[in-house]
Design a binder for this molecule. Structure first.
Ligand code: NAD
Length: 476
């Protein structure tokens, strides 16, 4: 077992230190605890997860502090993440009842059938770093309500937030072995996902990792695999009188959370004749964004990206786009040497040959200029991903056309690409997922349906295809 250290991106200070975990031992603990948890009544499981929500609510500031320092996101944003953790409980209770509740089915005359759901068993959960509490919690709470035990591996970049989340489950009386945490990097993730004693894997992270996991699970159709991955999300701006609002929506979509949201807009597709007005307004607003540390005053719009490697890769990507014909509108800069703060980068890639269809996970927006609406939709769909897509401006008819032809799981009009509601299903198509949407629909992959025909006594007869019964000779 080796050491794992988490540093605050904004300051470089050490935040957390621990050891990588013994995956076998943790899976064994979860497996031993699972039957009792599955056998507990639904109301008991609900009471425990409600207790968790109350604990987290009471500790909101403390939890937000750790999330903010570990991810670098502004404190106000970390608070909204903790609120999402709390709200997830009621939403998941509703979703469980709505999607997987017990139901009586109409059977043939005189028969009764029931539809019930059973938990899978021990589920592994792999989390990303950008929402280190909300996203794993979005798998864990529905899975616990359904009666599963959990082995959760937080991102190696956010172990403190992951550990704290698990501590809250335990403090709320969810048995310690029902939710286990394993710390470590990709190797620990590989060991957990390949473990023979897990019954499934609920993953949120990059498409690259998700594809590797999909390959690994190809010969295990018996295990549930839910993949929530990234996007290369388009935002189209069409005819609108309110260029300022359109530009604000673009900036929010592209740069909130320093662009580290799976639903962030990566590609701005804009109509020729409003290009100059819109792009100069986007640039003007982006120039005014405050980039600072979580506790900065005045509060920042966005913090740093997660670490220096990610920061360097983003700058390299910007330069690579430039070297292949991209025209910089706003250069990415590192305002504090040695720290991963980045100013938003904006680049026009209209004339670039072979634009790379990859997710650049940071504050980097590419612009593509188009002449007609058909070309805008074609450009929006010009990606292997399919998570979110927005149209800003345009007519109701154009929105209908956009909606009908967009290949994405979230399609918005005059709203940002990000900020999806937890009370709705969340997921994408293409390389953004494997058709197992999460959030409200997470209930679906946390339990499997069992249909039963049930009669109190075994009463049966065969009506067709039988010889007459031989009648015994009558004694004379
Ligand atoms: P990542 O794929 O690098 O890591 C996610 C988790 O998988 C981590 O816990 C990591 O340790 C583990 N892991 C990495 N390689 C592995 C392997 N080969 N086998 C098993 N486990 C492995 O993702 P990240 O960089 O932490 O997070 C950012 C990514 O997550 C972005 O692509 C973003 O779009 C995506 N994301 C998606 C959603 C969604 O709901 N669709 C939400 C947030 C983030």
């Amino acid at each position: 077992m080796s050491e794992l250290i988490s540093f605050e991106p904004a300051t470089g200070a050490e935040l957390w230190r621990g050891r990588t975990s013994d995956v076998d031992a943790e899976v064994a603990k979860a497996r031993s605890a699972w039957p009792n948890w599955a056998a507990a009544s639904l109301s008991e499981r609900i009471e425990r997860v409600r207790g968790f929500a109350n604990r987290v609510r009471a500790d909101l500031e403390k939890f937000a502090d750790v999330i903010a320092r570990e991810t670098g996101k502004p404190l106000w944003e970390a608070r909204t993440e903790v609120e999402s953790v709390v709200n997830k409980v009621d939403i998941s209770i509703r979703a469980y009842a709505d999607r997987t509740a017990q139901r009586r089915l109409d059977g043939k005359a005189g028969t009764r059938s029931a539809l019930r759901h059973k938990p899978h068993g021990v589920l592994a959960v792999l989390g990303p770093y950008n929402f280190p509490a909300h996203l794993p919690n979005g798998h864990i709470i529905p899975a616990l309500i359904a009666g599963n035990a959990i082995v959760f591996k937080p991102s190696e970049k956010t172990p403190a937030s992951g550990q704290m989340l698990v501590d809250y489950y335990h403090k709320a009386g969810i048995p310690e072995n029902v939710v286990r945490v394993v710390h470590g990097g990709p190797d620990t993730g590989k060991a957990l996902s390949a473990h023979p004693d897990i019954d499934g894997l609920l993953f949120t992270g990059s498409a690259q990792t998700g594809i590797a996991l999909n390959r690994q699970f190809a010969h295990r159709p018996d295990k549930i695999l839910a993949l929530e991955m990234g996007g290369n999300n388009p935002i189209i701006v069409w005819d609108t009188r309110d260029i300022h609002s359109a530009a604000v929506l673009v900036v929010q979509s592209a740069f909130l959370s320093a662009g580290q949201r799976c639903t962030a807009a990566r590609r701005l597709i804009v109509k020729d004749d409003i290009y100059d007005l819109l792009v100069s307004e986007v640039k003007k607003i982006a120039d005014r964004l405050i980039i600072g540390e979580p506790y900065g005053e005045p509060p920042p719009f966005m913090g740093p990206v997660i670490d220096n490697d990610v920061c360097d890769n983003l700058i390299e990507s910007f330069l690579a786009l430039m070297s292949r014909g991209g025209r910089p509108i706003k250069h990415m800069q590192v305002p504090i040497q040695g720290r991963p703060f980045l100013t938003p980068g904006i680049i026009d890639v209209t004339d670039m040959q072979d634009r790379p269809d990859i997710e650049l996970f940071g504050p980097l927006l590419q612009i593509i200029r188009v002449a007609d609406f058909g070309a805008a939709i074609a450009e929006a769909n010009n990606t292997r991903f399919g998570l979110s897509a927005s149209l800003i401006g345009g007519t109701a008819q154009q929105y209908d056309e956009f909606w009908a032809n967009s290949r994405a799981g979230i399609v918005n009009w005059n709203a940002p690409t990000n900020g999806a509601s937890s009370a709705a299903p969340f997921g994408g198509i293409g390389l953004s997922g494997n058709h197992r949407p999460s959030a409200y629909y997470a209930a679906d992959y946390c339990a499997y349906p069992v249909v039963s025909s049930e009669n109190e006594v075994p009463k049966a007869m065969i009506g067709i295809g039988m010889k007459d019964e031989e009648t015994a000779p009558v004694a004379e």
